[in-house]
Ligand binder design. Structure first.
Ligand SMILES: [Zn+2]
Length: 46
């Protein structure tokens, strides 16, 4: 009780949680559904 985790972004296409990874020195949110795809740069999601 009392935990305050930040809301984890989810891929709208696959309804999967995203993971933050480095892609060419830029942190991006990546989805592992549908063969893995980059969703958005970290910080660009609302
Ligand atoms: Zn996805």
């Amino acid at each position: 009780m009392g935990q305050s985790w930040k809301v984890w972004p989810v891929c709208g296409a696959h309804d999967r949680g995203l993971r933050a990874v480095l892609d060419q020195k830029t942190a991006v949110w990546r989805c592992t559904g549908g063969g893995t795809h980059t969703v958005a740069p970290v910080g660009a999601l609302p």
